[in-house]
Write a protein that binds this ligand. Structure first.
Ligand SMILES: Nc1ncnc2c1ncn2[C@@H]1O[C@H](COP(=O)(O)OP(=O)(O)OP(=O)(O)O)[C@@H](O)[C@H]1O
Ligand SMILES: O=c1[nH]c(=O)c2[nH+]cn([C@@H]3O[C@H](COP(=O)(O)O)[C@@H](O)[C@H]3O)c2[nH]1
Ligand SMILES: NC(=O)CC[C@H](N)C(=O)O
Ligand SMILES: [Mg+2]
Length: 517
């Protein structure tokens, strides 16, 4: 995608911090995109970046099949900054040497900047000797020709290097430490020096400029075609749909599927609260179809597969002559699929309408694919979407099917709906809803003995789950106040028939996952 915004390309060598690099760049007000490390220079050129960053990575550049960037990347005429593995790849490419170090360096290190009065490094402008964050076992042992050292630590004499003298015009820089992590005290200043002072970028990324740019882009891509969007009432699909509708108006057709696995009165509520957005939405009530197919199915993966397939079928039935499909794909989704780390183990089949495009030959429009959730919310705010839509917790496509553990029945779904409504209402009432990433209830396939009004009961157990997270990839259980939990438990046991015990889930992810199935 050619962009009118000034951009930076981050080449991903598999670092855990690649997303963080992109995020810091955006905090500086500059648009950035992540590409796999092997992206060809000619592809990079088409995107007209103003700078290139090479990320860290788990490998070693002296390995036989070490990942290296396309050598032409250094001849594109834009500054290049290598971080950790990126620095080591630069050293190797330019004829230096990298070896395994007897002393690995993980964590804090004191960086000494070699300020040279005559040739002050622009990268280190206004940066004093300070703490930086290291995570490496290899180090540069021989400086390539045409480079100089601009900072060192006790274990890494060549902690920062840059092209110099005859090679100065190449503007190639390398850092052994990670400027993108908070613990590198002047890390952000350093990135800013690279991007603004060295690469000459004028920060022009903001939710507003992003929206303007995307609207132009969507108009250009979609032409006069009609476009379809699966809308769930969740944050991502809603923001994506509103953005696309700003570009092409009522040529956008949204389909909201009631799969019978939504929360209490959700189908009605979602249609109601989406109304002010002026979108063209049709509601496809497929609850009987979904629940019929799920009858008697207890295995979590089988449930997910059935739901995925049925979503596709219902969606197909609701498509006319649309040429494009809008998806609310976010940055973490993209990066998981392009990372060099390779296919990861299937923990659970996250499915949504993601299976659609290949099967239906619809072309994709994914306007949010460079953003994180909080940035999507900022864009939504700029688009005038109401705060209660934007602050909704994520809700998985398979919905309550993965929260009524084991086989589903309409009765068990209703019990869960009533209990969950109480939990969520109380969270909102107490101001805690917006403080947690996600909260919900899970109906366990377990019965327990209780005593109610002097009578023995033998009823269901409900688990409450609330987590704190930034991207759903890792999470910690939320330390909700005991008084609050006591109130919720009391209300649920008293008000929801069929539940006589409430438990609170205190597992983090990993090793647990956020949803129970
Ligand atoms: N009930 C539904 N009807 C139509 N499309 C749906 C439905 N549920 C999910 N989808 C589609 O699947 C995609 C992925 O769902 P996902 O839950 O990840 O995103 P979301 O619902 O848009 O946002 P959030 O993460 O805030 O819930 C949605 O963007 C939407 O296109
Ligand atoms: O759209 C979705 N389709 C799915 O199949 C799905 N499964 C889990 N989730 C949501 O993803 C986040 C991480 O969930 P887990 O820790 O349970 O894997 C949490 O926010 C989950 O709610 C899904 N979202
Ligand atoms: N974090 C990194 O990029 C590490 C690079 C290389 N694997 C090393 O250990 O030095
Ligand atoms: Mg959702």
């Amino acid at each position: 995608m050619a962009t009118s915004l000034q951009s930076v390309i981050v080449l991903d060598f598999g670092s855990q911090y690649t997303q963080l690099i992109a995020r810091r760049i955006r905090e500086i007000g500059i648009y950035s995109e992540i590409f796999p490390y092997h992206t060809k220079a000619e592809v990079i050129r088409e995107h007209q970046p103003k700078a290139i960053i090479l990320s860290g990575g788990p490998n070693s550049v002296y390995d036989e099949k070490a990942f290296m960037p396309d050598p032409e990347v250094f001849s594109l005429g834009v500054p290049v900054l290598g971080i950790c593995y990126g620095l080591q790849a630069i050293a190797k490419h330019f004829g230096g040497n990298v070896e395994s170090s007897s002393k690995q360096e993980f964590g804090r290190a004191k960086m000494l900047v070699s300020h040279e009065e005559e040739h002050e490094s622009m990268l280190f402008k206004d940066i004093p000797d300070s703490d930086v964050w290291m995570s490496h076992g290899d180090k540069v042992t021989q400086l390539p020709d045409g480079f100089r050292v601009t900072a060192s630590t006790q274990n890494a004499e060549m902690c920062a290097i840059e092209s110099f003298g005859s090679k100065a015009a190449l503007k190639v820089y390398g850092l052994q430490f990670h400027p993108e992590v908070q613990h590198s005290l002047y890390g952000k200043q350093l990135l800013s020096n690279f991007l603004i002072d060295i690469a000459g970028i004028t920060p022009d990324w903001s939710p507003k400029s992003f929206i303007q740019h995307q609207i132009e882009e969507i108009k250009r891509v979609a032409g006069d075609s009609t476009v379809v969007c699966g809308i769930s009432g969740g944050v991502d699909s809603t923001v994506a749909a509103v953005l696309v509708s700003k570009a092409i108006g009522d040529r956008l057709h949204c389909v909201f599927v009631d799969n019978g696995l939504l929360r209490k009165d959700e189908a009605v509520k979602v249609m109601e609260f989406l109304k002010p957005l002026g979108l063209n939405i049709s509601l496809a009530d497929a609850s009987d179809l979904f629940l019929g197919r799920l009858k008697g199915v207890a295995s979590p993966e089988k449930k997910r597969k059935i739901i995925g397939r049925t979503f596709i079928q219902v969606f197909e039935e609701n498509i006319h002559d649309e040429k494009f499909l809008v998806q609310g794909t976010l940055y973490p989704d993209v990066i998981e699929s392009v990372s060099v780390k390779g296919p990861s183990e299937t923990i659970k089949s996250h499915h949504n309408v993601g299976g659609l495009p290949k099967r239906m030959k619809l072309k994709l429009i994914e306007p949010l694919r460079e953003l994180f959730k909080d940035e999507v919310r900022a864009v939504g705010r700029e688009l005038g979407i109401a705060e209660d839509i934007l602050m909704r917790h994520p809700f998985p496509g398979p919905g309550l099917a993965v929260r009524v553990l084991g086989s589903l029945t309409r009765e068990r779904l209703d019990v869960l709906r009533d209990a969950d409504q109480i939990f969520i209402d109380e969270l909102k009432e107490s101001g805690l809803y917006s403080k947690v990433w996600q909260a919900f209830s899970v109906l366990l396939p377990v019965q327990s003995v209780g005593v109610m009004g002097d009578k023995r009961t033998y009823e269901n157990v409900l688990a409450l789950r609330a987590v704190e997270s930034t991207d759903g990839m890792t999470a910690d259980w939320a330390h909700l106040p005991h008084d609050f939990l006591a109130k919720v438990s009391n209300r649920i046991i008293n008000e929801v028939r069929g539940i006589n015990r409430v438990a609170y889930d205190i597992s983090s992810k990993p090793p647990a996952t956020i949803e129970w199935e």
